[in-house]
Design a protein around this ligand. Sequence first.
Ligand code: MG
Length: 172
Amino acid sequence: MMTNRVGIGYDVHPLVEGRRLFLGGVEFQHPKGLDGHSDADVLIHAIADALLGAIGGGDIGHHFPNTDERWRGVPSTVFLREIRRHLDEKSAIIENIDASVIAEAPKIVRRIPEMKAAMAEALSIAPDRINLKATTNERLGFIGRAEGIAAMAVASVSWPTASPEPTAATAD
Ligand code: MG
């Protein structure tokens, strides 16, 4: 028996001058970068939350608090490697990840294979388990004014079920 669960993730970071821009573990040449405690890779953060959600593991802020100096300036792929350890504790398989980046700029589509490869490597999965999409916000709102970038993700995760799950009749 396998248990299959899904999780959702959403994140947003402001674009500021004087920061490098990382999305999906890949650096983009861009006049601004995302501000945050780590490298502020908004796409990885959304995916991390989706994976944690699927295993009932809380959220990224719980595991990697921005008050912890250990995580200052780290590449967010480190978070994916940590989450892989949590998945391994349950012998969990990542069925798939689907994610969207919402940004007016930069153009992301040509870098998607690189981004998939970087995140798949950190998660020890095949790149074809990850689907990435990019869209603009049609110039509307803070994303449309290029003040920030948002990302959303869902993840499906399965793990072996040790024993039959309690039913409503036997739970108590
Ligand atoms: Mg974040």
